[in-house]
Design a protein around this ligand. Structure first.
Ligand code: ZN
Length: 506
């Protein structure tokens, strides 16, 4: 049986490619955090050059020659007898190679450059609340993404080709019934919450909170979660994100507003969940698919598990609320734990996705998925967006933004060319509850541990079950290994119905 040692000529090349990509990621992180505004155009060229170089190296004749020695190009399967890590490495490298091979290098460079520029345009368009300023960039990006879907190829919808980039194996055909099931139970649940006689007052979260102290508390929670600051950093950015250059250098960002306690708090926990995944990848496999996260849906499951199943649970705040009160005595000493727990779980239709509660969050996603699918399939054009957005907000959430900055301009994704990314948020939500339920069965006294502030057993369980495997298994296979099932909306819906029935006495 052949082992990873045989693949060394290939893994050496993959390592070099990953180092180039990691360098590009450092530049992107800097662009979002510390780069002066004037550096934008030059930075776009620098990142595009590195990404073009990485792409060229991946699709090089040398890599192709090595791969086709061991893989049957028609089936994508290894031709010899290999141990499991080698077989997975070959399967996943072939996937990356054959997808990259379909995209011409000049297209990859152009797409990267246009996305960097569009992202910068989006920042100012959002600040100025001017969709028209963003429109020309959006048109360019959309054309490029439609081209990309054509290059990659697809069977049913061009959207499938883009979706597969982020969530291998996911399709419109699989997602459509899944979203329908969610809509069928979430919309009535929201209506029952709104009709409830219980009203939750969350004004305690919107007093004046010192920004430095908010950041200190976020940092304290990250440490408790096991996020390693020797291998990580916390910085500020317009849109919180996590990026990784290696398992020994994984960075998270947050944002902080004086009058909005949940924003910094929950984005720290959320990004911390992402950060733990990247810090939990096996550094021995850096450079190969075995050292990468399995999908964005899985990545999001980690952030949402920490943010919601832990960060919005009563058990978590039994330990952390007294510390938060100690940090903000003037603001919170008169607010009981029960009041605080209810306030952070208040459900109400709102305009901004990243600040939406657990109940309405997936309605925000549904709207975006429908719009971007229509754009990619050519059933809608960028000019239609503000109107389309507001129409769907009205129909799912019953509210309409007054400014595009609080509507169609709120998310960075389309400026980055990340069409097909949004569904992974919902998949992540569904997986998060599936994994958490499994963790409760397998970790003894998990809830008591959480209530005592001991979060490490959960981090270790996630690392053992999910993080360390990288892309050894496909997302569906890994989900079945962890929980016995593929992705399912049922546990998530049950969890929300139980939680909100209790909170709103439904
Ligand atoms: Zn996330």
């Amino acid at each position: 049986m052949k082992t990873l040692a045989t693949l060394e000529p290939l893994t050496t090349r993959l390592l070099e490619i990953r180092r180039i990509q990691s360098a590009a990621s450092v530049l992107s992180w800097d662009q979002e955090t510390y780069m002066p505004a004037g550096g934008g155009a030059a930075r776009a060229e620098q990142i595009a050059t590195l990404e073009g170089l990485a792409h060229e190296k991946l699709v090089s004749p040398e890599v192709e020659k090595l791969l086709t020695e061991w893989i049957d190009p028609s089936s994508g399967q290894a031709t010899d007898t290999w141990d499991e890590p080698s077989r997975s490495l070959l399967r996943e490298t072939w996937r990356d190679f054959s997808r990259a091979k379909k995209l011409p290098s000049d297209f990859v460079i152009r797409l990267s450059r246009e996305c960097s520029l569009a992202q910068q345009t989006w920042v100012t368009a959002r600040e100025e609340n001017r969709f028209s300023k963003f429109l020309p960039s959006l048109k360019t990006i959309l054309e490029l993404k439609r081209d990309e879907a054509r290059y990659l190829g697809y069977r049913d919808s061009p959207y499938d080709a883009l979706l597969d980039t982020y969530e291998p194996g996911a399709t419109v055909a699989q997602l459509t019934p899944l979203f329908a099931q969610l809509r069928a139970r979430l919309v009535p649940l929201l209506q029952r919450v709104q009709a409830s006689t219980v009203t939750i007052d969350d004004s305690c979260l919107h007093q004046s909170f010192d920004q430095t102290k908010q950041l200190e508390f976020g940092r304290l929670v990250l440490v408790a979660m096991g996020y390693d600051f020797e291998r990580g950093r916390l910085d500020l950015s317009a849109h919180p994100f996590t990026t990784s250059f290696h398992p020994t250098d994984v960075r998270v960002t947050t944002r902080v507003f004086e009058k909005d306690l949940p924003s910094c708090l929950f984005s720290c926990i959320h990004e911390g969940g992402h950060g733990l995944y990247d810090q939990g990848l096996d550094p021995r496999f850096y450079g190969s698919p075995l050292g990468e996260s399995v999908s964005l849906g899985f990545h999001e499951s980690q952030s949402r598990l920490w943010e919601n199943c832990i960060g919005r649970s009563r058990a978590f705040w039994q330990c952390f609320y007294p510390i938060l009160q100690h940090t903000f005595p003037q603001q919170l000493n008169a607010v009981s734990l029960d009041q605080f727990y209810a306030a952070i779980n208040r459900a109400a239709p709102s305009l901004i996705r990243v600040e939406a509660d657990e109940l309405t969050y997936n309605l925000h996603i549904m709207l975006r998925v429908e719009i971007e699918q229509a754009l990619i399939e050519g059933r809608a054009e960028p000019e239609d967006l503000p109107g389309l957005w507001n129409e769907k907000m009205q129909s799912y959430l019953g509210i309409v933004p007054e400014r595009d900055a609080d509507g169609v301009l709120q998310d960075v994704h389309w400026s980055m060319g990340a069409f097909g990314y949004f569904p992974t948020y919902t998949l992540g939500n569904l997986y998060s509850v599936q994994f958490f339920e499994q963790a409760k069965q397998e970790i003894s006294q998990l809830e008591e541990n959480v209530a005592a502030g001991h979060l490490i057993p959960l981090r270790q369980w996630l690392e053992q079950k999910i993080h360390r495997w990288g892309r050894m298994f496909t997302p569906d296979h890994l989900a079945r290994r962890v929980t016995g099932n593929g992705v399912s909306p049922e546990p998530f819906l049950r969890y929300l119905e139980t939680k909100y029935s209790e909170l709103y006495r439904l």
